[in-house]
Design a binder for this molecule. Structure first.
Ligand code: SF4
Length: 512
């Protein structure tokens, strides 16, 4: 055998560069489902189902093209992890080289390199052309930045120019690079109006078999499996994309930060899992959004906000991940060590916002970025939860979670665990922010305006305790300086009372 081509569970595209120049007479593909990939974090059952079903559908597409493939189904072997499968394949086939597209996880790359070394076989890792900025390109960009901080906005502008997206000559369309200020509307009293629900994809026979397998093999894992609506094939992902562009994109920008009781999806695209499995290419997603703007079907602020997420933030966090690993995995700037409360796995908390956001996560495997960042992430920072435990939780429970995207978002952005290397401030706010952006507080036993007392919102109490504790840091940052002005005006006894109440709240965190 010439090449043993490994296709990982999030590399499900025929454009996979490891398949370039594939010769069926000399090369062989291996794909494997292994327990470790679902158990190294306590994976949500919808996440496991999504990966296994999408992998099996992709294997069918390879087989339809008569590509020689060995596919290890979870129920048909005892190899505990990917390295054990690769070792067995190397012993059996004795290939000249192993080819695998750049993996999404640092951990998997280490395992590949160790296995290749152990077997004295050449390892060829072509760049993942799915991304619009390669790892070396990002590293070069990072080296050119002034100071030690990396800013998405600078990176994003460069990408807009490079790909000539939403540009008018050398200037940004509409005169502004970023319409974020128009992307923060709340839903008023009426809540979401004229919302057209995204298509849901009824499980076919293959997915039904995977659901049965997941129920049997992972009975104690978190997450419901009563419904499974996620796209597992490219055709389904394309349908979801078309629906988003036609029905949701026009209002996506305006309400992208809004939250509403029992409305988990609002105008969000739900495309992240399809993108991260490589069922969709970011170029086609961006092109569809830009075309909607050019044809007058969606306003610039919405289209720019969406393209900023895909072309800007998504590519940026991938670059940051490979730049910062493995240190990012153990980063803990604030030295937060508190264990996750048990209700992270049940959603049973009296805090309505967290009950909603965690509850829908366990039900669907999904929450949108503001629910993740400004409710769950915010509470985690304010409650001083261990960044490693929080990051593992996020990796476990979201259908779109792959470590390259999850870890920088959670540890780096939401928890400020690497001290602002690529975010300009800690993302902290009181219950007032959640009240403004949602209707959760109307159904909560706590009051977001109160700092102390039994009815006080835990977010608000902990926010003020956080400001008091980190006053010097926040006062030295242009973007948070105003936040702490009021702390300086508090008397010592006011500050002590808030700190004492916050400490009492945290002792009772399981009961909040
Ligand atoms: Fe969340 Fe506080 Fe509002 Fe309750 S009052 S929903 S805990 S922000």
């Amino acid at each position: 055998m010439r090449n043993l081509v490994i296709i990982l569970g999030d590399q499900l595209t025929l454009d996979n560069p490891a398949l370039q120049a594939f010769d069926p007479s000399q090369d062989h593909i291996v794909m494997a489902e292994v327990m470790q990939e679902s158990t190294h974090v306590w994976s949500h059952r919808q996440r496991i189902t999504l990966f296994l079903s999408a992998m099996r559908h992709f294997a069918e597409a390879l087989q339809a093209r008569h590509f020689p493939l060995t596919y290890f189904k979870l129920e048909s072997h005892d190899y505990p992890d990917l390295a054990a499968v690769w070792r067995a394949m190397l012993q059996q086939h004795q290939p000249e080289a192993v080819r695998v597209c750049e993996p999404g996880d640092w951990r998997v790359l280490q395992a590949l390199q160790a296995t290749a070394r152990e077997h004295h076989v050449a390892l060829d890792v072509p760049q993942d052309t799915h991304y619009m900025c390669s790892i070396p390109q990002f590293q070069r960009w990072a080296e050119q930045q002034k100071g030690s901080s990396l800013r998405m906005e600078n990176f994003y502008r460069g990408m807009r120019k490079k790909y000539k997206l939403l540009m008018k000559g050398d200037a940004p369309a509409g005169g502004e690079w970023n319409y974020d200020k128009q992307n923060r509307e709340h839903l008023g009293k009426e809540g979401p109006q004229n919302l057209k629900p995204s298509p849901r994809f009824a499980p076919d026979a293959l997915t039904q078999a995977v659901i049965a397998l997941v129920k049997k093999r992972f009975p104690d894992h978190p997450g419901k499996l009563d419904e499974f609506p996620w796209p597992v094939k490219r055709a389904q992902a394309l349908k979801l994309l078309s629906h988003f562009i036609a029905e949701k994109l026009p209002q996506f920008g305006t309400y992208q930060d809004a939250m509403w009781q029992d409305s988990p999806y609002l105008w969000h695209s739900l495309l992240a899992s399809a993108l991260n499995l490589k069922l969709l290419n970011p170029r086609e997603v961006i092109a569809a959004a830009e075309q909607a703007y050019q044809q007058g079907q969606a306003p610039l602020a919405s289209v720019e906000g969406f393209i900023r997420q895909v072309l800007g933030w998504r590519e940026f966090v991938r670059g940051v991940y490979w730049l910062e690993m493995p240190a990012l995995k153990s980063a803990n700037y604030f030295k937060h060590e508190r264990d996750l409360p048990a209700w992270f796995w049940t959603g049973q908390t009296q805090m309505q916002c967290l009950s909603q956001c965690i509850g829908q996560t366990l039900e669907t495997g999904y929450a949108h970025h503001i629910q993740r960042l400004m409710v769950i992430g915010l509470f985690s920072t304010l409650a001083e939860l261990s960044p490693q435990q929080v990051a593992d939780w996020f990796l476990a429970v979201y259908v779109d979670a792959v470590e390259w995207v999850e870890l920088p978002n959670v540890a780096g952005m939401a928890l400020y665990a690497n001290g602002g290397r690529f975010t300009s401030k800690p993302y902290v706010a009181s219950g007032a922010y959640i009240k403004r952006m949602s209707n959760y507080c109307a159904n909560c036993r706590y009051d977001p305006t109160l700092k102390a007392g039994e009815a006080a919102c835990p977010f608000t109490t902990l926010y003020w305790a956080f400001l008091i504790k980190h006053e010097t840091l926040l006062a030295g940052n242009q973007r948070t300086r105003l936040m702490v002005q009021h702390v300086g005006k508090m008397t010592a006894s006011e500050q002590s009372a808030i700190k004492a109440f916050a400490s009492q709240r945290l002792k009772q965190i399981q009961q909040l």
